[in-house]
Each structure stands twice: as C-alpha cells, then as structure tokens.
Design a protein around this ligand. Structure first.
Ligand code: ATP
Length: 194
C-alpha cells in the first residue's frame, strides 16, 4: 500500500539535496515551505484570514503577500506569530492532502523542516532525517548563503536539537561526506522502505 515519508533535517543538513535525489529516482516530493510560500498568494480563504489577522498591509498593492511587512509585524510578537502559524499550517496540510490524492506512486515524500516540531511525523508512515555534524552544516550554509559562522549557529541553536530528532526518526542519513555518498545512502534507504 502507499506510504507517505516525512523528510526533514535542520538548517544545512542537506534535506533539499536529498529531496532532489529522491525525485531523480522517480518519487514525488511535496516541498512544504515552497508550497506555504505560494498558497499565501493563491488561496483566497487563507488570504482573507491573514488580512483579518495582520491587516490589509499583509498584501501589497498588487495583492502579493508582503513577506517583509509580515516578518516585521510578527518579529517581536510571539503570540501573533503563533496565530499566523495556526492559520497557515492547516492550510498547508489541506494543500498536501489535495496533492496526495493526485499521486500514483507507492512512495511519496513530504519535505518539511518542522516535521518533528509540528508532530507532522504522526501523519506520516515513516520519518527520514538528514543530519550532519554541526560544523559541516555551518560551513555549507556559509558557502551557500554567504552568512557568517555566528549567524548560522544562531539559527541552529533555535532549532530542535539533533539528538532529539535522531531519537524520533525511523531512518537517518548521515550527510558528512560528499554528494556521491549522499546519493548512494538516499538510494539505499528509499528502495529499502517497506
Ligand atoms: P536549509 O534548511 O538551510 O534550506 P537543507 O537541509 O535543505 O538546508 P541543502 O540546501 O540541501 O540543505 O544543503 C545545504 C548546502 O550544502 C547546499 O548548498 C548543498 O548543495 C550543500 N551540500 C549538501 N550536502 C552536501 C555534500 N554531501 N557535499 C557537499 N555539499 C553538500
């Protein structure tokens, strides 16, 4: 029967790279963060709720979600941020359910940074964690985003500790080597899922 695999990892772990390999192997991947970014612009019911919560300025004069305005508005207001998430997360979940209905493969993947934090693993058949040593992840993000060591470290410190994720994950990819090794591990795990 069909299985939904939750794919996750902290900043710079390599989960997006793994997701791309999975697509190369022929399995569909739902990218939660990307979808969230598009539904705040496309889903009219959601747009109405966001306007009601944050005001009309949440959307610019072209009707596009104003990410900067929203970020500033929720930055120092944890309660408002939580309310915003309580609107967006269920909308993403519904969007995912619609997407799932359209898939025909026996294995489908949901990539999300917050799999364990939001307990989305409970709605998946398996969880697949991508992890790597802190220093390696920091270095990769510095190279990718041009951030400083401290900036990346500050983001990492706000995320769920790797130890906890490792305890919760059904399958783990250790991404401490090169891309070839990462691809091999991904292939082995994906085709071994029963
Ligand atoms: P984020 O949550 O920050 O978006 P991510 O978990 O999706 O990160 P990726 O974007 O896949 O991580 O990987 C981070 C960076 O490290 C990318 O530039 C990617 O190309 C690179 N990378 C990932 N794995 C390896 C590897 N094994 N060897 C070399 N570079 C790698």
């Amino acid at each position: 029967s069909r299985k939904i695999i939750g794919l996750t990892g902290g900043i710079g772990s390599g989960k997006t790279t793994v997701a791309h390999f999975i697509e190369e192997f022929g399995f569909p991947v739902y990218y939660s963060d990307d979808r969230a970014k598009s539904i705040v612009n496309d889903n009219e019911a959601l747009k109405t709720e966001i306007r009601a919560l944050l005001g009309d300025h949440a959307y610019d004069s072209n009707g596009q979600y104003d990410r900067k305005f929203v970020a500033e508005k929720v930055f120092s207001n944890a309660e408002l941020l939580q309310q915003l998430n309580e609107i967006i997360h269920p909308a993403v979940r519904l969007d995912f359910e619609e997407w799932v209905k359209k898939q025909s493969k026996y294995l489908i993947f949901k990539e999300t940074a917050l799999l364990f934090e939001l307990k989305l693993n409970l709605q998946c058949d398996r969880s697949l964690l991508v992890t790597a040593e802190d220093n390696i992840r920091i270095k990769r993000v510095m190279d990718r985003d041009g951030k400083t060591y401290r900036e990346v470290q500050a983001i990492m410190e706000k995320q769920m500790p790797e130890k906890e994720k490792i305890k919760l994950a059904d399958c783990i990819i250790y991404n401490n080597s090169d891309l070839e090794d990462l691809k091999e591990q991904t292939e082995r795990i994906v085709f071994d899922i029963e």
